[in-house]
Unconditional design. Sequence first.
Length: 429
Amino acid sequence: MKKNINIAVIGLGQIGNYLLNELITKKRDIELKTGKRIRVVAISAKNPNKKRKFKINKNIFYKNPLDIIKRGSLDVIFEAIGKSDGISKKVVELALKNKIHVITPNKALIAKHGDYLSMLAEKNKVNLEFEASVAGGIPILRTIKEGLATNKITKVHGILNGTCNYILSEMELTKDTFTNVLKKAQSLGYAEPGNPKLDLNGYDAFAKVRILSSLAFNKKISKVKCLMEGIENIDFKDIEIAEKLNLRIKLVGITELIKNQLFERVHPCLVNKDSYIGNVNGVMNAVIIHGYPIGESILQGEGAGPGPTSSALMSDLLSILRGNIKYPFGISYKKRKAVNVYNLNKYSNSLYLRIEVKDRPGVLSQITKQLANRKISVARLIQIPDNRKKTASIVIITHKTKEQDVQSCLKSLRSNKNILKNPILIRLL
C-alpha cells in the first residue's frame, strides 16, 4: 500500500463527526504505528450547516456522497450513515466495486447485505471492515476471526445493546419509569434522539447476533427472524419483583448451534444477581464465547456512544493501513455454508409470567388449570394483592416449558375476562 492514504467520511452524525475529529487529531499517532500518512479529502452528510460537536471543513464537503467515489484517488471510505438500504448500500457497493476499502459501524447493512458485500470485497481484493457494528468498543469480531480462529465455537451470548442495558440498569437504580429513563438516555447520547425504536424492540441486538453467528459458525447470514423481543413492555413492577427474587432483567442476544441447526434469539432474560452477566450494568456490553479448546471466554466494554464506536473504527483503519487484506467474515464467501435453522417450537426454557387479574375467588385456579392442561409445571407462585383496586398480580416461575406450549397457554389466557391485560413473559437465562 502507498504511503499517503486518502480517506472520506460519509455521514456526520454523532459517530461520523466524532470519528472525523479522531482522524484529524491522531494523524501523527497513526503514522507512528503504521508508517502511513492519512489525509481526509472528502466528507458528506445531509446538512453541512447542522450544529456539530466538532467543526467540519466545508471546502471538502460533498452534497452527494456518490460524487466522492467518482472523484477517484480514494483509498478508504468510512460509511456512517446507518441505514440497511438506500444510500448506505449504494455507497458501500460502489466503493468496493471501485477497489476502495470500506469501514462501517452499520450493523443493519451488514446483517442484511453482508454476504453480497463480502463477495464484492473479496472479488476486488479490498477490505470490508465492520468491527464497530457489534458491541461498540469491544474487539469481539477480530477476537473471533483472529484470536480464536482455530477454536470450534458452539455458542455466543451476551448483552449487545448498551441503550437497553442502560435503561434497565437505571430503572432499577433510580426507581424511575421507562419513559423518563429513555429521555435521559437520549440526552446523554446513548439512544437516538428521534426514534430509538430499533434499539428498544430488539432489532439492533438481533442484527448483531446475525453477524456473530456468521463469524462464529462460518455460516451465511441467516434471513430467518426466529425470536426477537425488546424491552418496551418491561414495567418497573417486573424489575421490583425480580429484585425480590434475587434476579435482574437483561436484554440478551444468544446464538448457538443445536445439532448443527442455528438458533438465534434476542429477548429480555431474568438472570441471577450474583452471576457475571447480572452485574454488567449501564452502557456496558459483555460477550461470552463458548468454544473448544478455549472453554468460556468473556469480553466486556462500553457498547454505546461515539467514543467506543470510533475506537473500533480506528482499529479497522489501522488494520487496513498495515496491509492486511482479509476475508470479511474470516473465511472465503464461497466456503461459508448455508444455514439450517432450529425449530423455535422445540425450544424449552423456564419462564417468568406476570398476570394482572381481578381479585376474585377462583381466578388463580382458572390460570393453574390452563397451565396444567399444557403440562406447564409451576416452580414458584407469588400473589401480590392490591386491596384498593381489588386486583392482584400473580407471578409464576415455571419449570422448563416448550415454547409452543406456553404460547398456546397465553393465547387462551388472553380470552379470560378476569385477566386485565396481556400477561408479561420473561425467559430465565
